[in-house]
Design a protein around this ligand. Sequence first.
Ligand SMILES: [Zn+2]
Length: 101
Amino acid sequence: MKKYTEVPWMVLESMPECVCFDTPEGKENLFTVNVDGYYCCQSTHDAHLIAAAPELLEALEQAETLLADYAADNCECKEGFCKPCAVRDMAEAAIKKAKGE
Ligand SMILES: [Zn+2]
């Protein structure tokens, strides 16, 4: 059984205050309203991941800086695949997504 709600999660321009994900029927909100009328996540695993997001972002920003410094000093990847640069690019993309850029 998968732990998290299907990724990617996204913020759509048409619904800028919602976190959505794709379903076979279309976009659905990550947050649902339970029987008591409170908003809650699709799963407990989603809730833990969202709660960790600020710390994850802080850690990733620092890791991205370290990787960029490492690449500047050591990388000779003018051609071909380079793991440190690929990971740095992933980090940059995730940071931009987290900041809505
Ligand atoms: Zn490189």
